[in-house]
Ligand binder design. Structure first.
Ligand code: FE2
Ligand code: FE2
Length: 194
């Protein structure tokens, strides 16, 4: 199989770097959450809301732009099957948390389960799934470009839903890639809600 072009390698590395950076942000947010006094429901819910937003965007990017071409290119699709099933379970927990009040008894517990679950998924993704894709001749340049554009679109849509959440960048201070003031095109069309 011919090697990837230099441009494709750069684009592939950008895709993985962005996704891994998202993973890192969840890890960091969960660590911060663990240190919180769980009776401080306001502080807890700030982290929870931010993570739910970021996870929803991240999961959608993978589901729409990475998993389908990976499925088409891999000879064994077990890793994609597992990843998609794990995303389904994560979406269920995200949906449940979104309907809960921070004062609910099991709010912190449900968030903890979500994070533990997601971090397990992330470990497999970074340890097995991404390496399995590394040398595949996917359309990496297109995936990278689509991922950046789609991220902005999804963030704009999420910020329409939850304007108070965007604007608290101090929650995850080691990376300011998430815009503090939403994104420019808040009216972007987004046919898919998660
Ligand atoms: Fe994933
Ligand atoms: Fe991921």
């Amino acid at each position: 199989m011919p090697r990837l072009s230099r441009a494709a390698q750069v684009a592939r590395d950008q895709v993985f770097a962005e996704l891994k950076n998202d993973h890192k942000r969840v890890r960091k947010a969960y660590k911060d959450f663990e240190k919180l006094d769980k009776s401080d429901t306001e502080a807890c819910s700030r982290i929870v809301e931010q993570v739910l937003l970021e996870l929803s965007v991240h999961a959608t990017l993978e589901e729409e732009l990475l998993y389908p071409p990976a499925r088409a290119a891999l000879t064994e699709t077990d890793l994609v099957d597992e990843a998609e099933v794990e995303h389904e379970s994560a979406h269920q927990l995200i949906d449940q948390l979104r309907t809960m009040s921070p004062d609910d008894d099991k709010y912190a517990a449900r968030f903890t389960v979500l994070c533990e679950y997601v971090l397990h998924h992330v470990k497999e993704e970074e340890g097995e799934f991404f390496p399995a894709l590394e040398n595949l001749r996917l359309e990496w340049e297109r995936i990278a470009a689509d991922m950046s554009a789609r991220r902005q679109e999804l963030l704009a849509d999420e910020s329409d839903d939850a304007p108070a959440i965007i604007g608290e960048p101090e929650l995850i201070a080691d990376d300011d890639r998430l815009p503090a003031n939403g994104v420019a095109d808040s009216g972007a069309a987004n046919p898919r809600k998660i």
